[in-house]
Design a protein around this ligand. Structure first.
Ligand SMILES: Cc1cc2nc3c(=O)[nH]c(=O)nc-3n(C[C@H](O)[C@H](O)[C@H](O)COP(=O)(O)OP(=O)(O)OC[C@H]3O[C@@H](n4cnc5c(N)ncnc54)[C@H](O)[C@@H]3O)c2cc1C
Length: 468
C-alpha cells in the first residue's frame, strides 16, 4: 500500500512552502508537489526576490550618479555592468530557493517534482517531465498554485522584446525606450529599474490614475515624484496593438474612452496588467471544485473548497496577490488542519511598492473611509521637516494617518518615503492591537529617525505636529 500523507500541497510558492513547514511543525505528515525545478514559487524565482535584487542595485547606481556628489563623494567612471547586476539577482534567487529545499529536509517534508493534479479527493497525481506518473494518497489537499501574468488579447509575448515581468527581469541590454503597459506595482517597480539604468520609460494605463486601489492622494503625489525621475505617463489610454515586425516595436495606443489612435516606438514593451489565478490542468472540474467569476478557487472562511478535504490559499483565491498574504494563509490552514484556530486579519495586510521613494500602506484609504460614511480625521507629516531625511537627502514623501474621529482608533496609514516599507509595520502592529493615534503619538521614537515622521503624523491626528 502506498504511503499515506496527512496533507499534500500543490505548489511551493510562499503560500505552499510556508503551509508545509507550519503543518510539519505541528506534527502532520506532509508532501509537496512542484512543477518548477526549484521551490519558492513566483515570489522567490521570478517575483518579489529577483525584482528587489535589481531594484536595490539600480537604486544604488542612481544614488551614486545623482546624490553622491552632494554628499561630498566624488565618483569617476561610474558604469552599469548589467551582466554583473543580473548575476547578483540570480545568486540571490538561488540562495533563497535552496534555503527552501533545506527547510523541507529539516522539517521532513517529502517533495515531489512534477505536475500536480487532483485525481479525486484524497488523491494527487504527479506527472514528471518524462511523463511518468504516481499517485499520492493524502487525507487533505491544499491548492497553492498561485498565478500567472495576464496577457493583453492579440499581443504576442516573446519574453525578449514584448515581455511580462519574467522577461523584464532578464533583459540583456538596457532598452533605449521602454513602454510599460499598466501602472500597477509590478509595472512601476520594473519600470523604475530600467529607468534608473538609462531607459526612457513611458507608462500606459487604462485608468485615469496610477496604483489603483491605493490612497488617491498618495498615488497622485507619487506620480509627481516619478515624473520628476523622468517617467512619462499616458493615463486613460489603452494599448491596442504591438507590431513586432521591424527593428523597433510599434505600439498603437488609443484613448480608453475611444478616439484617435497614436503610434509609439519602443525597444521593449512590458505587459504588466495584472495576474490571473493558476487553475488550469489541476483536475478541478473533474473533482467538482468550484471556481468564482474570476476563475479563482472558491473557498469559505476556513479556506475549504466545496469539496471535503480540498482547500486553497494564496494568489489562486480571493484577496490581494501578495506573498505575505499567501504565507499567512498557509500558516492559518496548517493550524486549522492541525486542530487549532488559524486566522488571518485581512484588515491589516500591508502593501509596499519598492520604488524610490517607497510607497507603503496598511488598512483603509481615505476614499474607503469616506465611502463607508465613517467620521474620520487625518494626521500628516512631510519628510521635508524630518532631520534624518534631510541628512540623507531623502525628503521626498509624507506620512498620512487616518483615524476614527470619535474613537481615535487608527483605520489606515500611508507612507511615501525612503524605507516606507519598513516603517509601515509599527502601524500594522498598532492596528492589530486596535491602537489609537494617541497611543502612537505617546510612544517615544528614537531621534533622528525617519520613523519620527510617523509619530508626528499621529500627533497631527490630535493636538498637532511639533516640527511642522
Ligand atoms: C515581478 C513580481 C514582483 C512581485 N513582488 C512582490 C513583492 O514585492 N511583495 C509581495 O508581497 N508580492 C510580490 N509579488 C507577488 C507574489 O509573488 C505572489 O503574491 C506570491 O508569489 C503568491 O504566492 P503563492 O504561493 O500563492 O503562489 P506562487 O508564488 O505563484 O507559487 C505557486 C507555485 O505553484 C506551482 N504550480 C502551479 N501549478 C502547479 C501544478 N499543477 N503542479 C505543481 N506545481 C504547480 C508554480 O510552479 C509555483 O511555484 C510579485 C510578483 C511578481 C510577478
Amino acid at each position: 500500500m502506498s504511503e499515506q500523507f496527512d496533507l499534500t500541497i500543490i505548489g511551493t510558492g510562499p503560500g505552499g512552502y510556508v503551509c508545509a513547514i507550519r503543518a510539519a511543525q505541528l506534527g502532520l505528515k506532509v508532501a509537496v508537489v512542484e512543477k518548477r525545478k526549484t521551490h519558492g514559487g513566483t515570489c522567490l524565482n521570478i517575483g518579489c526576490i529577483p525584482s528587489k535584487a535589481l531594484l536595490h542595485a539600480s537604486e544604488l547606481y542612481e544614488e551614486a550618479g545623482h546624490n553622491f556628489s552632494k554628499l561630498g563623494i566624488a565618483v569617476e567612471g561610474l558604469n552599469v555592468d548589467l551582466a554583473g547586476m543580473l548575476k547578483h539577482k540570480d545568486d540571490t534567487v538561488n540562495s533563497n530557493t535552496s534555503g527552501i529545499e533545506f527547510l523541507f529536509k529539516k522539517n521532513k517534508i517529502t517533495a515531489f517534482h512534477g505536475w500536480g493534479s487532483i485525481e479525486a479527493p484524497g488523491k494527487v497525481k504527479v506527472t514528471a517531465d518524462d511523463g511518468a506518473t504516481q499517485t499520492i494518497e493524502s487525507k487533505n489537499i491544499v491548492i497553492a498554485t498561485g498565478s500567472d501574468s495576464a496577457n493583453l488579447p492579440g499581443i504576442e509575448i516573446d519574453e525578449k522584446r514584448v515581455v511580462t515581468s519574467t522577461g523584464a527581469l532578464d533583459l540583456e541590454t538596457v532598452p533605449e525606450k521602454m513602454i510599460v503597459v499598466g501602472a500597477g506595482v509590478i509595472g512601476l517597480e520594473l519600470g523604475s529599474v530600467w529607468s534608473r539604468l538609462g531607459a526612457e520609460v513611458t507608462v500606459v494605463e487604462f485608468l485615469d490614475r496610477i496604483l489603483p486601489g491605493m490612497d488617491g492622494e498618495v498615488a497622485k503625489n507619487f506620480q509627481r515624484t516619478l515624473k520628476k525621475q523622468g517617467f512619462k505617463f499616458k493615463l486613460s489610454t489603452k494599448v491596442t496593438n504591438v507590431d513586432n515586425s521591424g527593428d523597433s516595436l510599434k505600439v498603437t495606443v488609443e484613448p480608453a474612452a475611444g478616439g484617435d489612435a497614436e503610434e509609439l516606438d519602443a525597444d521593449v514593451v512590458l505587459v504588466a496588467i495584472g495576474r490571473t489565478p493558476y487553475t488550469k490542468g489541476l483536475g478541478l472540474e473533474e473533482a467538482g471544485v468550484e471556481l468564482d467569476e474570476r476563475r479563482r478557487v472558491k473557498i469559505d472562511n476556513h479556506y475549504k473548497t466545496n469539496v471535503d478535504g480540498i482547500y486553497a490559499i494564496g494568489d489562486v483565491v480571493v484577496g490581494p496577490m501578495l506573498a505575505h498574504k499567501a504565507e499567512d494563509e498557509g500558516v492559518a490552514i496548517a493550524e486549522i488542519l492541525a486542530g487549532q484556530a488559524g486566522h488571518v486579519n485581512y484588515d491589516v495586510i500591508p502593501g509596499v511598492v519598492y520604488t524610490s521613494p517607497e510607497v507603503a500602506s496598511v488598512g483603509k484609504t481615505e476614499e474607503e473611509v469616506k465611502d463607508a460614511g465613517i467620521d474620520y480625521k487625518i494626521g500628516k507629516f512631510q519628510f521635508t521637516a524630518n532631520g534624518r531625511a534631510k541628512a540623507m537627502l531623502s525628503t521626498d514623501g509624507f506620512v498620512k494617518i487616518i483615524a476614527d474621529k470619535n474613537t481615535d482608533r487608527v483605520l489606515g496609514a500611508h507612507i511615501v518615503g525612503k524605507g516606507a516599507g519598513e516603517m509601515i509595520h509599527e502601524l500594522a502592529v498598532l492596528m492589530e492591537f486596535g491602537g489609537s493615534a494617541e497611543d502612537l503619538a505617546r510612544t517615544c521614537h528614537a531621534h533622528p529617525t525617519m520613523s519620527e515622521a510617523v509619530r508626528e503624523a499621529a500627533l497631527g491626528c490630535g493636538d498637532g505636529t511639533i516640527h511642522m
